[in-house]
Design a binder for this molecule. Structure first.
Ligand SMILES: Cc1ncc(COP(=O)(O)O)c(C=O)c1O
Length: 401
């Protein structure tokens, strides 16, 4: 049946403010069932983990359900779902744990397509270990990350390949499966940043070949929770820093302090919400997630074609990136206006867009725009509709210098 965007939009109270929310790549709004799940968890009474009384049992059940839900979203094992405050924090944690046995002369590969959260933790960990950092380059202007270059980058000393499943500014979806296959053949692990990719279509960590896959619930209609998904057997030998009395089991060993249980309830509710985006989807939650995310992808693609054609038709607009396979994310500049001025004028027309590097620090650097405010990002998610795109295009057309 596909996605009924008016029915979807009706679930999001924030959309009633009349703004076109084209800022989803920086964080999505929450639908009522997610907001309710957070409130219901708080209302029901929550305790800390592993206690004898019902409120504590409820918290433990929420955490277990959150792991199952995220596993259903990405096709992983609930026993390998590490929960934390956000992707950046978890990536620093994993980098520290993985780098413990890196030696002088070992190598890691990062890419200039990535958000800095999947670059700097590895560069800094490598620096401490005396490991060498090698860079996968972006092929401009298309914005592709050619998988072929990894043949020359990988050596018998490569310990880890960090790569994004989608660029958060130009949307490029590299051939992650090809890159992780090369990494595996060379004996290296792969750490795939799925923060931008996850909301835009079905995810299957096994098909991606990702040893570690990172995602953030606030990019897919959930609260501010991050997760890293891995095979529990891969986590077993890792020894992150931890408190002595804290559980030493996997994945708990990687989770520091007391988690925000109500937000974990909201995260599971967000996966249920995504699973229902196509009302006709049937079967297990995993099957419904796959069908619904495919419907969300198709919906975004249709709107994105309109957005891109509209922008491309305006002489004053410079668009960045043109990858064959990409998310519904546009990144552009307007002649004679700073990115902030564009974002400000669009805000005056009730259109939310981001301006700046969006932490795609290396990519905005090689694009040569980082020192001039980078560019404007307007992205689509499942709750955007044609009126959002039309208002956005009209507002860009009317921009005054
Ligand atoms: C592609 C990508 N990776 C990583 C991050 C960092 O995620 P978090 O805010 O969960 O640390 C972001 C956030 O915008 C992102 O877009």
């Amino acid at each position: 049946m596909g996605l009924d965007v008016s029915a979807v939009r009706a679930m999001y109270p924030a959309l009633a403010d009349g703004y076109a929310y084209l800022d989803g790549a920086a964080g999505t709004q929450l639908p009522a069932p997610v907001i309710d799940a957070i409130g219901d968890a708080q209302r029901s009474g929550l305790g800390n983990s592993d206690g004898a009384f019902p409120a504590s049992v409820r918290s433990d059940a929420i955490m277990a359900e959150c792991r199952r839900a995220i596993a259903d979203l990405v096709g992983g094992d609930p026993g390998g779902v590490i929960l934390g405050p956000n992707m950046t924090t978890l990536t620093y944690r994993l980098a520290a744990a993985l780098a413990r046995d890196w030696r002088e002369g070992d190598e890691v590969i990062v890419s200039r397509l990535d958000h800095d959260a999947n670059i700097r933790p590895w560069v800094q960990a490598a620096g401490r270990a005396g490991a060498v950092v090698r860079w996968a380059e972006v092929d401009l202007p298309a914005g592709e990350l050619p998988a072929g270059q990894y043949d020359a980058l990988l050596t018998e000393r490569t310990r880890l390949v960090a790569v994004t499943a989608a660029s958060n500014i130009i949307g490029t979806r590299p051939d992650v499966a090809a890159i992780t296959a090369k990494a595996r053949a060379a004996g290296a692990l792969s750490y795939v940043d799925g923060v931008h990719a996850t909301p835009h279509g079905p995810t299957d960590v096994a098909a991606l070949g990702a040893d570690f896959y990172a995602t953030s619930a606030y990019k897919w209609s959930g609260p501010h929770i991050g997760a890293v998904i891995a095979d529990p057997a891969l986590l077993e030998p890792l020894r992150p820093d931890k408190l002595d009395p804290a559980p030493d089991t996997v994945p708990d060993r990687f989770e520091w302090g007391t988690p925000p249980f109500a937000d974990l309830a909201g995260t599971a509710a967000a996966v249920d919400h995504l699973a229902g985006l196509d009302a006709a989807a049937a079967g297990t939650r995993r099957q419904r997630v796959l069908a619904s995310m495919a419907a969300a992808h198709d919906h975004e693609e249709r709107l994105f074609a309109v957005m891109l054609a509209g922008l491309a038709a305006m002489d004053k607009v410079t668009l960045y990136g043109n990858a064959r396979n990409r998310t519904a994310t546009s990144f552009f500049n307007v002649a004679g206006l700073t990115p902030r001025a564009v974002a400000q004028q669009l805000a005056d027309r009730k259109v939310n867009v981001w301006d700046g590097d969006n932490y795609a620090w290396e990519l905005t650097g090689v694009l040569g725009i980082r020192d001039t405010g980078s560019a404007v990002r307007a992205g689509l998610v499942h709750y955007n509709d044609r009126s959002d795109v039309d208002r956005f295009l009209a507002a860009v057309a009317d921009l005054t210098g």
